[in-house]
Design a protein around this ligand. Sequence first.
Ligand code: CTP
Length: 384
Amino acid sequence: MARVLLGVTGGIAAYKSCELCRLFVKDGHDVVPLVTPGAERFVTAETFRALARRPPGEDVYLHLTRADLLVVAPCTANTLAKLAHGLADNVLTEAALAHRGPVLVAPAMNPRMWAHPATRANVEALLARGVALVGPDEGETAEGELGVGRMAEPEEIFRAALELLHGRSVLRGKTVLISAGGTREPLDAVRYVGNRSSGRMGVALAVEARRRGADVTLLAANLAVRPPEGVEVVETPTAADLEREALARAAEADIVVMAAAVADYRPAEAHVTKRPKDSAAWTLELEPTTDVLAALGSNRRDGQLLVGFAAETGEDGIERARAKLERKGADLFVFNDVSRPDIGFDTPDNAVTLVTASGDRPLAKAPKDEIAIAILDEVERLVG
Ligand code: CTP
């Protein structure tokens, strides 16, 4: 999921940007509409706020400097000139100066304005600065003139935007299967044996893989956080569910990331109804579950990459993580010291060491979405 600043300026094509906004939202992106006063003559800022599902009265300035992409569609001749010259007289042109990522401009204007030497020079200046252009297309303008000046279609702008966002990632178009959360093994109709995993790390990985253009399926085991939009979510509450779904889907997957805390043991017997309390002790027999990662490791197809997580405590945790890497046949293990109370289970931060056949790489403590970026950078290196 990317954060997209969607600049809308005052052209008749502004209404088409509603569809563009919808395409970004449907694909799971966080859209911040920046509607200029000129655009409000055609479409209200409220329409875009509703389409982008943004809270009323939100201060958009907070998001301006942390966006992945700025799209200006439609971009009038006037705004094009302002962008070329660095003017900052409204929220959109201010954002354009503050923004440090890729910029996509979809011009829309009268064909004579588009052909004018002043506009040509402005376009040249923007292109020289690395700004990407989509359109304008040839066709009939709103005033009935024929020529080049009509805004590109929303789908085309959307595709160009995705190219800018994902063009450089080797994960683009790859199928990625990620498990997240912690399984719960039923004791009876209401009780279970479970663990403290919230699913935050796996969800952060799903978001980042999606942002890089991968097709992501999330095997969700009792998530305490909302699964992201734009990824397929399959509920896998127990180890048996997770085993079944992971093995069924692994053949299609280029990359499998087992971030879920899968129960190693389950109650040998689960009561169908709620077991009534009595004064006697309740002795449980636990039976081992299938090690899903090890099963995937011994059946993996050519070129498939496997990532495991090792939640360990104590000094020799890293050695145990290295041993798991070999034993389970994985390419990368993410070692997590869960004895530290400030990181790991059910916390927003994490500090991990990436363990591969070629060595260990410790990462400093950081929010889980930043750790996800580092893990997927390593995955990209391994995929080559
Ligand atoms: N895992 C799995 N299936 C299981 C248990 C674990 O696929 N039944 C995966 C986890 O998703 C994780 C990795 O294996 O990616 C390591 O899990 P962990 O429980 O730390 O390892 P174990 O092999 O169970 O080792 P230990 O003896 O330390 O519990």
